[in-house]
Design a protein around this ligand. Structure first.
Ligand code: NAD
Length: 252
């Protein structure tokens, strides 16, 4: 049990990678708060996690783009678990694929608000709780698209590049408080997110899998394994860094 006794707040946890992270944390003994804009789905998933792993799990509605919503959701987690010492930000919005000329300004603003400012807000309201706990680990989610770009995805790629810098800033600001902050950069991972771009998972695997050196898409559990490492003391000498789990996408 690598996370026994930990108390984790995970955003975007109703499905995809965030859900897999919540399940992996619970399997390692952590109490988990599944925070998602879809409160109902996160509550359903939290019940399943409690049953399967025998840990304290709750689902909380949380819009990471809304400061008050984040503050309330993380306070609920802290009240339920008597503190929070682990934060994992996985939430991201879907942005239409358009070049910068055609992308509506509100889509640009919303993408930055959810993907980048959302992580900032969770850290802003979460770090005081980590301080209270005597320290902890923060995991933000970047992407291989924080290092390379994809046509029609400039807003998304910009937010993911921003996460790499946000992580370094937080790591330095809180280095003397036993708080570590790192990011994970997944490559293409088989989640519902891909359906918007590729239509169905078979097409996603066939078209996008070969862009990865390993010749396939990743699985949410392969990213969750990295998150467990970053949450645990196994990564005790790692802060301000990125864990690239991209199947060799950027190795070409
Ligand atoms: N799947 C991939 O190929 C891939 C690749 C690289 C990086 N990532 C990153 O990994 C993370 C998870 O991706 P995924 O594929 O699991 O996505 P997903 O779309 O399957 O799940 C995202 C979750 O975030 C929630 N969410 C959306 N807006 C929110 C908001 N404002 N507040 C709170 N919750 C909100 C959704 O309800 C959903 O449950 C994202 O940060 C994404 O950018 C994914």
């Amino acid at each position: 049990m690598r996370l026994q006794g930990r108390k984790a707040f995970i955003t975007g946890a109703a499905k995809g990678i965030g859900l897999s992270v919540a399940q992996a944390f619970a399997a390692e003994g952590a109490a988990v708060a599944l925070a998602d804009i879809s409160g109902e789905e996160s509550r359903e998933q939290s019940l399943d996690i409690s049953e399967r792993f025998g840990v304290n799990a709750i689902g909380v509605e949380c819009d990471v783009a809304d400061s008050k919503s984040v503050e309330n959701a993380i306070a609920t987690a802290a009240k339920t678990f008597d503190g929070v010492d682990t934060i994992a930000c996985m939430a991201a919005t879907l942005t239409q694929r358009l070049d910068v000329v055609d992308l509506p300004e509100e889509d640009w603003d919303n993408t930055l608000r959810v993907n980048l400012t959302g992580s900032f807000l969770v850290c802003k309201h979460g770090i005081p709780l980590l301080r209270k706990a005597g320290g902890g680990s923060i995991i933000l989610t970047a992407s291989q698209m924080g290092q390379v770009a994809w046509p029609g995805s400039t807003a998304y790629c910009t937010t993911k590049g921003g996460i790499l810098q946000l992580v370094k800033g937080i790591a330095l600001d809180h280095k003397d408080e036993n708080i570590r902050c790192n990011s994970i950069s997944p490559g293409g991972v088989a989640t519902g997110r891909l359906l918007a771009r590729w239509g169905d998972m078979e097409t996603a695997e066939k078209e996008w899998g070969p862009k990865h050196a390993l010749g396939r898409l990743g699985r949410p559990s392969e990213i969750a394994a990295g998150a467990v490492f970053l949450a645990s003391d196994e990564s005790s000498f790692m802060t301000g860094a990125d864990l690239l789990l991209d199947g060799g996408y950027t190795a070409w």
